[in-house]
Design a protein around this ligand. Structure first.
Ligand SMILES: Nc1nc2c(c(=O)[nH]1)N[C@H]1C(S)=C(S)[C@@H](COP(=O)(O)OP(=O)(O)OC[C@H]3O[C@@H](n4cnc5c(=O)[nH]c(N)nc54)[C@H](O)[C@@H]3O)O[C@H]1N2
Ligand SMILES: Nc1nc2c(c(=O)[nH]1)N[C@H]1C(S)=C(S)[C@@H](COP(=O)(O)OP(=O)(O)OC[C@H]3O[C@@H](n4cnc5c(=O)[nH]c(N)nc54)[C@H](O)[C@@H]3O)O[C@H]1N2
Ligand code: SF4
Ligand SMILES: [Mo]
Length: 715
């Protein structure tokens, strides 16, 4: 019998490549090409291709584990769930609801992220919930909100890229982090457009560029201001556009004019002729785009930095027009949707604000609770982790491995160990799960249905292709069972579609409006771009406000009416007056600059064959063969000064700690900078070194710049 393949999407990054899954005789699935999904047209990177390896019972968890006499031992689901409910209840009774913390992840589906946020506020009554997306795109989100009144990573589909005139990629190594997306940039070049890449390293992505600028880490703000200075000086401002569609230009212009090209050259190391060439390439074509990723964003001034790049787009009339605009390349599988539906400290579903009385009323009604019972905004991710063991005594963790991925990780590991109670839901025994009192094994992408929202703002349906092994349950099951044990019997369904129906109502009328989207549409239309209200495109309100009698029943919403919104801001921005806002920003130094004691800059990032903390990909043989462990990338001049040869162990020391990894010597990096990927625990864990200095607006830690010294290691 021929088994027909199930069309679905990759479990890893925000590109959410389409793939087909066919059950294999050994109980797992085979991945095959799915050509109908326009983003990847069948192409997959090695991680996506090998994702089924993590479904194997050889590497995953298949039984709940509870700590007994110091060790984690198998237990029944009832035992494990009772222990968690008991642990959380005890903390709440003894220390109050805010002593219970919840930490989520941008890899969770919309249904899970929504339910986790609701669980924290309705069942636990805690304000202390945040998630790893804070470490990811939060600076771009904050800057987008300020400038455009809305945060959707890309305001246009990737397919627009080949038809623009010039793209500046700021701190994105997408040739390694989203390989199938490189096609759009190759097509751009084939069409005569130019690609400019800004990265302190000559990465695989930079190698594709027409122009590569290699600034010192942490100086993108000055760089953008210098470019804007030149735009003004060369008379390239689009005055009519500025007049018609923006506000705040005078202050932003004055701030930029203080950043003379020669001054910017001194700060960034990018020469004045290169700055001029960048302005020329960006301004001459009719259309152009700026795309940022983690390089400029993961800085203690990430929000201002992205704001400066948006200013450049606004001054030149390159936002809210076809084939022009600013976008952020969001990272995690559901990095976009994960920040919209309530696992963020200050947020309610539909990208509503937790401190907005109207938003509280709307969501409380959908949830069938009193608006006054909803807690207020809580702490950001790093601040939450830093408070473990002091203000926060118990933690429920779902979808993150902070012992490897959080900044100042040795300190965070100590904080995690000092908790009264830790419960972790994961598919594998991650480094953080290994410290838990209870670990629950959950189902994975191929075994469950749910929606994600890709970096394009395209809501997608992941479909179940196989049955999960015995002993494993879904995150939604876990939250249902815990809610029940903690006295909330209704409102936590285990069926993802039922959750999505509620999410539609909760998001209706909010900035990220999903009310016109249904599972059926997602299956038929290859995804739908939000906002997608339930009514016709510009029509009357189909009012989803009134919930069913019990506060949870789905109403009969006329779907298929609104086509969704692939392109935002073409007529107006999402601000009250429809105008985009310039932000007056000025250069400032990183929280930690090199000095005599710590004379070298450390920056961090990714390699193509490992994903994030590596919890999943370090369990795949093929990926480990390609990327077996951490390394310190450094310039031959720096290596010579240190006396290190290729492969020699090098100690990298910061004010937070010390990490050791083999030297990888290359001329592709600046001589004043070293680079380490963050995928590994142990001695080579780079986050032992990183600086948790936070951006004042987004609360993003400074993963991309800190001061270190290098030492040779005698073995
Ligand atoms: N293979 C792989 N792919 C992934 C992931 C993964 O872990 N592995 N993770 C996914 C996720 S969640 C994310 S967020 C994305 C991240 O995707 P990217 O942002 O592309 O990844 P990074 O490697 O963190 O950073 C990109 C580049 O920023 C450069 N950089 C460092 N400091 C600076 C600076 O100060 N200024 C500038 N301009 N550039 C700087 C680095 O050299 C690096 O090449 O990738 C997604 N895809
Ligand atoms: N130095 C440095 N540090 C960084 C970064 C950097 O560039 N440099 N980047 C930061 C960024 S952008 C990010 S996004 C973070 C990511 O870092 P983490 O938050 O640690 O992300 P992952 O490693 O993806 O962890 C996800 C965990 O959840 C599990 N998991 C996967 N799917 C599910 C699910 O559906 N349910 C449940 N319950 N569990 C699941 C996985 O097995 C894994 O253990 O790291 C940040 N840390
Ligand atoms: S690029 Fe991202 S979504 Fe596509 S296959 Fe690779 S990890 Fe999966
Ligand atoms: Mo990320």
């Amino acid at each position: 019998m021929q088994i027909s393949p199930t069309p679905t999407h990759c479990p890893y990054c925000a590109l959410q490549c389409g793939m087909n899954l066919t059950p294999a005789p050994d109980g797992t699935v085979e991945v095959s090409e799915r050509a109908d999904f326009p983003v990847n047209r069948g192409a997959l990177c090695g991680k996506g291709r090998t994702a089924p390896a993590v479904l194997s019972s050889r590497v995953r968890l298949t039984s709940p584990l509870v700590r007994s006499e110091g060790a984690l031992v198998p237990a029944t689901w009832d035992e494990a769930l009772d222990r968690i409910a008991g642990g959380l209840r005890r903390t709440r009774t003894e220390h109050g609801p805010d002593a219970v913390g919840v930490f989520g992840g941008g890899g969770l589906t919309n249904e899970k992220a929504y339910t986790l946020g609701k669980f924290a506020r309705v069942v636990l009554g805690t304000s202390q919930i945040d998630y790893n997306g804070r470490f990811c795109m939060s600076s771009a989100a904050a800057a987008g909100m300020k400038a455009f009144g809305l945060d959707r990573g890309l305001p246009f589909p990737l397919e627009d890229i080949p038809r623009t005139g010039c793209v500046i990629l700021v701190g994105s190594n997408l040739a390694e982090t989203m390989p199938p997306s490189l096609r759009f940039f190759n097509e751009l070049k084939e069409n005569g457009g130019t690609l400019i890449v800004i990265d302190p390293r000559r990465t695989k992505t930079a190698e594709q560029a027409d122009l590569h600028l290699a600034p010192r880490p942490g100086t993108d703000l000055a760089l953008a201001l210098g470019l804007l200075h030149l735009v003004v000086a060369e008379g390239r401002v689009d005055e009519a556009y500025v007049q018609e569609r923006t506000a705040g230009w005078e202050d932003a212009r004055a701030a930029a004019m203080a950043h003379w090209p020669e001054y910017v050259e001194r700060i960034t190391g990018v020469s004045v002729p290169q700055l001029r060439e960048t302005v020329r390439l960006f301004c001459e074509p009719e259309n152009a785009m700026v795309l940022t990723a983690r390089g400029p964003e993961q800085q203690s001034k990430g929000t201002d930095t992205v704001g400066a790049w948006i200013n450049l787009c606004l001054a030149t009339g390159r936002a809210g027009r076809p084939l022009s605009g600013y976008g952020c390349l969001t990272g995690q599988g559901n990095g976009q949707g994960g920040r919209e539906h309530g696992q963020k400290a200050d947020q309610l579903p539909g990208y509503r604000k937790l401190d907005d009385p109207a938003a509280r009323r709307h969501v409380a009604e959908v949830w069938g609770v009193d608006p006054d019972s909803l807690p207020g905004p809580g702490r950001s991710a790093y601040e939450l982790l830093d408070a473990l063991g002091t203000d926060i005594k118990s933690l429920l963790l779902m979808g993150s491995n902070p012992v490897v991925s959080a900044p100042r990780a040795a300190h965070i590991e100590e904080r995690v160990k000092s908790l009264d109670f830790l419960a972790v839901c994961d598919v594998v025994l991650s480094e953080t799960a290994a410290l838990a009192d209870v670990v629950l094994p959950v189902t994975q992408w191929a075994e469950e249905t749910g929606t994600t929202t890709s970096l394009e703002g395209r809501v997608l349906l992941r479909r179940r292709a196989i049955t999960a092994p015995e002993g494993v349950r879904s995150d939604l099951d876990v939250l249902h069972e815990l809610a029940d044990r903690l006295g909330v019997e209704k409102g936590f369904p285990t069926d993802p579609e039922e959750v999505f129906e509620e999410l539609r109502r909760a998001s209706a009328g909010g900035p990220a409006d999903y009310s016109g989207i249904t599972y059926r549409r997602l299956a038929e239309e290859n995804g739908v771009f939000w906002p997608c209200p339930a009514g016709p495109p510009d029509g009357e309100d189909t009012s989803l406000d009134a919930p069913g009698d019990d506060g949870s029943a789905a109403r009969d919403i006329p779907a298929d009416a609104h086509p969704g919104t692939p392109r935002l801001f073409l007529d107006r921005f999402a601000t009250p007056d429809g105008r985009a806002r310039f932000v007056p920003v000025s250069h400032r130094a990183s929280a930690e600059e090199p000095d005599e004691e710590y004379p070298v800059l450390l920056t961090t990032g990714r390699v193509v064959a490992q994903y994030q903390s590596g919890a999943q990909t370090r369990r795949v043989d093929e990926l480990n063969a390609a990327a077996p462990g951490p390394f310190v990338e450094l310039h031959p001049r720096l290596a010579a000064r240190l006396g290190a040869a290729e492969g020699d162990p090098v100690a990298v020391v910061s004010r937070r700690g010390r990490a050791v990894a083999p030297a990888r010597i290359t001329t592709s990096i600046r001589p004043d900078t070293v680079f380490m990927p963050f995928h590994w625990p142990g001695e080579g864990r780079v986050n032992t070194l990183t600086n948790p200095a936070l951006d004042p607006t987004s609360r993003m830690p400074e993963f991309k710049a800190c001061a270190v010294r290098l030492e040779t290691v005698t073995s």
